[in-house]
Write a protein that binds this ligand. Structure first.
Ligand SMILES: Cc1ncc(COP(=O)(O)O)c(C=O)c1O
Length: 485
């Protein structure tokens, strides 16, 4: 993975936080403590790989330490393989033995009823789907006299999606919408159209694994932006955007998968112009935008602040409605949607007519479907939160105000081994490194709250048992690749 970007002394100081504080349980000389704290930031994914660290003098000043201490800390990090330096050029974060890609993005459906599958953050179809299918079948005869190819999508669905954007405060014409085979397909088409091999694509870390897989498949170079505990640090994101000069930035501002963070309006306002200034187009993945549970109102879509028409917004039916429909969309300038439609000819020509009609009817039942989803998900989220607090109180998380999962910080970097152990107890989870792109995130675990409440309570019970045994029992490898959705 090729990476770019740098952190300033003040930014690294902020990331390090209370690194010497009483809760830190660090001992030994100060330089070793500092090296340990930087190493933790790296393995937790809070500091991305390939990022240039501040010059020793700058960091010493920012931390109020002597330069000798910082020099010794950097030397320790170099010796342990966490830093590479070029004389006169600077020092970049690394992982010992070179980094690896932590995800295959492989999708393996699981048919075993005995297993509580928390690998997928996705819901079963809503009851309204059956009526939507019946209504779509009634509409179908009107379409049967044509050949059925609509590379941009059926007008009726494009209009419904455009109306949804307009209702959210982003005036949108049907011509600006292209219907795709899911948000994933939209991202793949965008990458095909806009990113040439070797060009850079900026991604949050952690991020949605299948997006990362698509970016890697496009042979783009990946630039990581590490999300913090509280989400995006506006200044740091914008300076990363400026330094990276990427062709594309892919971001998930609405109930980010996996962390659940919601990007604040002020940053949404600044992002498009900052990206455009360095030639970066922004892909905004709004897959979870309709799944607000509580907390602040959903801020305006990032494209609302886009004066240059270089923000591409991706969304779809999968998370609020049903993944089995395989219907998604892109909202972009009409010149871009037309080129995307031309690009899809090489892939799938067009989306299925019947499914698009079903999607249009489901969007017509929007209020009803979403109200039921929100009530169900809020109860499930609260149950999961309560069970974790009772059984695993040392695990930390920010309760998300929307989306489908908790991003849990474990008490130790044992996510992969825990996932293997708990699978033996009949629970499947996606370990942190699946979301980390580079073998980091071992301290994190994604726990979706999409299953019924009793399953969630039982899953937490088994996770607690697994956590206890991780330190004692050798674990066997996974039986099958874990599912991530
Ligand atoms: C952030 C994000 N984007 C895209 C997708 C894929 O969506 P679709 O099923 O519409 O292709 C997912 C699915 O988990 C997701 O979490």
């Amino acid at each position: 993975m090729a990476l770019a970007g740098s952190v300033r002394g003040s930014q690294l100081t902020r990331l390090l936080g209370d690194w010497q504080g009483p809760g830190r349980r660090r001992s030994g000389p100060e330089y070793a403590q500092l090296a340990g704290a930087v190493r933790s930031l790296l393995t937790d994914g809070r500091l991305a790989l390939g990022v240039r660290l501040p010059a020793e003098r700058e960091l010493a000043q920012a931390l109020g330490l002597s330069r000798t201490t910082v020099t010794a800390a950097y030397r320790t990090l170099r010796e342990s393989g966490h830093l590479t330096s070029r004389r006169g050029a600077g020092s970049w974060t690394a992982l010992p033995g070179g980094h690896r890609v932590g995800t295959s993005g492989l999708w393996a459906p699981i048919e075993d009823d005995e297993i509580i599958d928390l690998g997928q953050a996705a819901l079963p179809a809503p009851p309204e789907l059956t009526d939507a299918v019946a209504a779509a079948a009634e509409d179908l005869p009107a379409y049967l006299t044509s050949a059925g190819y609509h590379p941009m999508g059926l007008p009726v669905l494009r209009e419904a999606v455009a109306a949804d954007f307009s209702r959210r405060g982003l005036p949108t014409l049907a011509d600006q919408i292209m219907i795709t085979g899911g948000a994933q397909h939209a991202l793949d088409l965008i990458l095909r159209l806009l990113v040439a091999p070797g060009q850079r694509t900026l991604l949050e870390t952690p991020t949605y694994p299948n997006a990362l897989t698509a970016v890697l498949a496009s042979r783009a170079r990946v630039v990581g932006y590490a999300l913090g505990d509280a989400g995006w640090d506006g200044d740091l994101l914008l300076s990363t955007v400026r330094d990276a000069r990427a062709r594309l930035a892919y971001l998930i501002p609405d109930y980010h998968n996996p962390t659940g963070h919601l990007m604040e309006t002020a940053l949404r306002e600044r992002l498009p112009a900052a990206a455009h200034a360095v030639g970066t187009d922004v892909v905004v993945d709004e897959t979870f935008a309709d799944l607000r549970l509580d907390g602040p109102e959903l801020p305006p879509s990032v494209a609302t602040f886009d004066r240059a028409a270089r923000v591409l917004t991706v969304g779809g039916m999968s998370k609020p409605y049903w993944g089995g429909l395989r219907i998604g969309w892109v909202r972009a300038a009409t010149s871009i949607t037309a080129r995307l439609a031309a690009a899809r000819v090489a892939v799938d020509m067009s989306s299925p007519v019947l499914e698009q009609l079903v999607a249009a009817h489901l969007l017509g039942a929007r209020e009803q479907v979403l109200a039921a989803r929100r009530a169900q998900l809020t109860a499930r989220r609260d149950t999961l939160v309560a069970a974790l607090r009772a059984r695993l109180p040392e695990w930390r998380f920010v309760v998300p105000h929307g989306g489908l999962s908790l991003w849990v910080e474990l008490d130790a970097p044992v996510s992969s081994v825990l996932a293997r152990t708990v699978e033996e107890l009949g629970v499947r989870v996606a370990a942190g490194p699946r979301f980390g792109a580079d073998g980091t995130m071992e301290r994190f675990l994604r726990l979706p709250y999409t299953r019924p409440e009793a399953d969630l309570v039982e899953a937490v019970e088994r996770l607690a048992q697994a956590r206890e045994s991780v330190d004692r029992v050798p674990v066997r490898p996974l039986r099958a690749p874990a599912i991530v959705a």
